[in-house]
Design a protein around this ligand. Structure first.
Ligand SMILES: [Zn+2]
Length: 459
């Protein structure tokens, strides 16, 4: 089966030109002007549209036992929502609890992914480090998992201590794995939470004061010190503020191999959303928290100057009814997460590209190419080139839409962006040559997604 996408404006992290893309089977066979359509090929007219490499979300949660409940999505709902939003590859955090066996957890997460309509891989969570887990991590790495995840937050659940952090980074350096890290000082969080609750400050508006910017910057600084002394390559997930960016910048100047991710909620939402009355703010509770609005220009500037490499989601869907509500009367019990797997690309395009904050090539770089490069998927993913997987997004910039929980594909009962206008949408989306979305609707096949094995590159 071949597919010819004609006369689109093809934009990658490095190129921007009008031309055609020819897909043969699962890969891109030719890119250039005026390509001839092979017999039997489906021809898509992309005049006036943009053609992007499939977008990659390097930080999502789909199967997630957390805070006494489970995130709402399955791979069926999450991959459908991702594809409608233009995301063709997901990197999910595989998050075993401290007492769990890593290999069993890895097999469990793998079994969940079998229904995925888009391609996927995992960052392997390290919630304990001893002889058994080390052997398991070596095996998991040998099966094509080239990245780990550590939590410096969430004491007693996913968090590891400093000795374990040191040994995890030492192993990562030996195996060439990049270590993604949630950076917050968990002791400070626990103490501040205790203090606030004792003062009767129990609503969602107190979530941010319990994890102020210094708590995050301290976590980043801590990780940077350990990375410096082990030589391991590290990646700060969901970076929310200037103070944390400065800690990375300082470390980079010392030679630390460190990269930065932010997530779409921090770029467009601020902490006043979490301060809304009637517990409405709970919809906007995630960690690190949404910050002051004046932080946003720093994040956009860091993205434009590539101090921030990637824009992910940290998608973690919990219903407002019955789940977020578990934290009424105690903000520390609100399940953390702002669902956005479906909205990331359109929001970044609308509020980044259309508002003049980033250009189109930076947009593609941050939402696709950098994730492919950092996590061992490039050039199979993250670009439009001969031989690359035919993961393509034909984006209609003329489309105008409104985000609403009523129309979203995500399996969650609210949208943090209810009523927001977005410019453009993915009109056609392919995964390895198969059309999975047409006219903004999922038309593909569940189970088409593949588990992607990734080589270790971070020595
Ligand atoms: Zn996360």
């Amino acid at each position: 089966m071949s597919l010819l996408i004609q006369n689109g404006r093809i934009v990658t992290a490095g190129d921007d030109f009008v031309g055609d893309v020819l897909v043969e089977g699962e890969t891109i066979a030719a890119v250039g002007p005026a390509l001839a359509a092979p017999a039997g090929a489906e021809v898509i007219d992309a005049s006036g549209k943009l053609v992007f490499p499939g977008f990659i979300d390097p930080h999502v949660h789909i199967y997630l036992p957390f805070m006494g409940t489970y995130a709402k999505d399955t791979y069926e709902s999450a991959s459908r929502a991702a594809l409608i939003g233009g995301t063709t590859t997901l990197l999910e955090m595989c998050c075993p609890a401290r007492q769990d066996d890593p290999l069993e957890a890895f097999e469990l997460w793998l079994s969940k992914g079998a229904q995925s309509a888009c391609d996927y891989s995992f960052h392997m969570g390290v919630s304990r480090f001893d002889g058994t887990t080390e052997a398991a991590l070596r095996e998991i790495a040998s099966r094509g998992v080239a990245s780990l995840k550590v939590f410096l937050a969430y004491k007693g659940a996913f968090g590891i201590d400093d000795g374990e952090l040191f040994r995890t980074l030492t192993l990562a350096k030996e195996l060439g794995l990049i270590v993604t890290a949630h950076c917050e000082n968990e002791t400070l969080v626990a103490e501040l939470q205790r203090q606030l609750l004792a003062q009767g400050k129990t609503g969602p508006q107190w979530h941010e004061p319990s994890r102020p910017v210094r708590v995050e910057a301290e976590g980043v600084h801590h990780l940077m010190t350990f990375a410096e002394l082990t030589g391991a390559h590290v990646y700060c997930v969901h970076t929310s503020c200037r103070e944390a960016l400065e800690a990375v910048q300082a470390a980079r100047l010392r030679g630390v191999r460190a990269w930065v991710e932010t997530v779409i909620p921090y770029l467009v939402l601020d902490k006043t959303y979490a301060e809304q009355p009637e517990f409405e703010g709970a919809k906007y509770v995630m960690s690190p928290p949404l910050r002051d609005k004046w932080q946003q220009p720093y994040l956009w500037n860091a993205l434009r100057s590539r101090l921030i490499s990637t824009v992910a989601t940290d998608h973690a869907p919990f219903d407002f009814a019955g789940q977020k509500e578990m934290g009424r009367g105690d903000f520390t019990r609100i399940p953390n997460g702002i669902p956005s797997i479906e909205d990331r690309v359109r929001l970044l395009y609308t509020y980044g590209v259309c508002r003049g904050r980033i250009d189109l090539t930076t947009f593609v770089d941050a939402a696709s190419t950098q994730a492919a490069r950092l996590f061992g998927l490039y050039p199979r993913k993250g670009t439009i080139a001969v031989g690359s997987d035919a993961d393509l997004v034909v984006y209609d910039p003329a489309y105008r839409g409104v985000i609403s929980a009523k129309t979203q594909a995500m399996a969650v009962d609210y949208s943090a962006f209810e009523g927001w206008e977005v410019e453009g949408r993915p009109s056609l989306v392919t995964v390895r040559g198969a059309v999975q979305v047409r006219d903004g609707k999922f038309v593909g096949r569940l189970g088409h997604g593949q588990f992607l094995t990734r080589p270790a590159t971070h020595y």
